[in-house]
Design a protein around this ligand. Structure first.
Ligand code: XIL
Length: 362
């Protein structure tokens, strides 16, 4: 499609959001057929860009705020809550009949400066409780699933040192996953219905880190701690991509514990040069293969109920910033919103599954 035609189509889609939702072929159309959620992380500041909005509405049936529901956005000063950016995400989703995944209620990183280790454990406990209670209650009924706790295990499967755990922590330092459990209990109190997820990276396939997460979920389930899902981030940044068979086995063992699995933050970073251009065009084909494999595993495995990418257009992606502009081009659409081979890979993976599995989504 010519650029000008794409712009006109985009404007029409903004005026009539629900027309775009049934367009085929699209990821959304295929995901609906498969009983699967297909999502992207979004920034509400871009909703006013017609092609950003129309691509989202056409291709996805779920969105997640990339930053708008994190602590910095929602509680910029102690006890001062700001839901305006997160509300924009919810409003966009409602206008386009999409679900909203909330991200996240508790994380050791990217917190506002006022949250510091100078606070006492009892103050931190109260702050954590209030934050989870207020944010989850505000979005109850509108956010269907929350990443309650993000990234607490390190590569050696030990609990990371963090403000919430032991620096100084909420009074449960040295007690393993007790502070994580506390976060889940408070989240359930604030929202009885939302699905509660633990979310992490480099724990997609079988290995020490995913073993630790599996053990935690097993323990939580056994003792009635409210947990409903595990998020596998799937940032493919360096090294070998996760082995699809191993990811499949990990999803299957988690599902046996009675939790669902979401692929939450997939991107596949490629080396880039000046202007963010992908250096080796052949890499786009290898990237497409990686996407196709993972999307295929998720589409076929009844334990996988959502497949999501971290952004959707290479115009806006965290990878260049995170890699000091050495990598980029990691998503499904190029910077002009044209579908890439990676997009075709995901679509093919979905289309190939003729008999959708009976998913266990609640
Ligand atoms: C990243 C965002 O993409 C950036 O815009 C922000 O500056 C930092 O956080 N794992 C997560 C996400 O769970 O919240 C992170 O998002 C990427 C890694």
């Amino acid at each position: 499609m010519k650029k000008i035609t794409r712009k006109l189509v985009a404007l029409a889609a903004v005026a009539f959001p629900l027309l775009a939702a049934n367009q085929e072929p699209s990821l959304r159309h295929e995901a609906n057929r498969l009983g699967l959620l297909v999502g992207a992380a979004v920034e509400p500041a871009h909703f006013s860009e017609p092609e950003y909005a129309s691509t989202l509405g056409r291709e996805f049936n779920m969105i997640e705020p990339e930053n708008a529901m994190k602590w910095t956005a929602t509680e910029p000063a102690r006890g001062r809550f700001d839901f305006a950016p997160g509300d924009k995400v919810v409003e966009f989703a409602e206008a386009h009949r999409m679900k909203v995944r909330g991200h996240n209620l508790l994380w050791g990183s990217y917190n506002p400066a006022w949250l510091s280790s100078r606070l006492t454990s009892s103050a931190l406990r109260e702050i954590m409780h209030q934050h989870i209670a207020r944010v989850a209650a505000h979005y109850a009924g509108r956010v269907f699933a929350w990443d309650v706790v993000n990234e607490t295990f390190d590569a050696q499967a030990r609990l990371r040192h963090s403000l919430w755990y032991d620096q100084p922590g909420i009074g449960l330092a040295g007690q393993g996953t007790a502070y994580i459990e506390q976060a889940f209990r408070w989240a359930r109190e604030a929202d009885r219905k939302a699905l509660l997820f633990y979310n992490d990276y480099d724990a997609e396939g079988l290995g020490p880190k995913s073993d630790a997460i599996y053990a935690m979920v097993k323990d939580f389930k056994r003792r009635g701690v409210p947990i409903d899902g595990v998020g596998l981030q799937m940032h493919v940044l360096k090294g070998a991509p996760p082995d699809p068979t191993s990811v499949d086995a990990n999803i299957t063992r988690l599902a046996r514990l009675g939790v669902e699995v979401h692929i939450t933050e997939m991107d596949v970073a490629l080396p880039t040069g000046a202007g963010g251009r992908v250096l080796d065009p052949a890499a786009l084909g290898r990237q497409a293969e990686i996407y196709r494999n993972i999307a295929g595993v998720c589409a076929r495995n009844p334990g996988c109920t959502a497949f999501q990418t971290w952004g959707f257009t290479d115009k806006y992606s965290w990878i260049p910033y995170f890699t000091h502009f050495k990598m980029g081009g990691g998503l499904l659409f190029d910077a002009d919103y044209r579908p890439k081979p990676s997009y075709d890979g995901v679509l093919k993976a979905f289309e190939t599954v003729k008999q959708p599995p009976a998913r266990q989504s609640r």
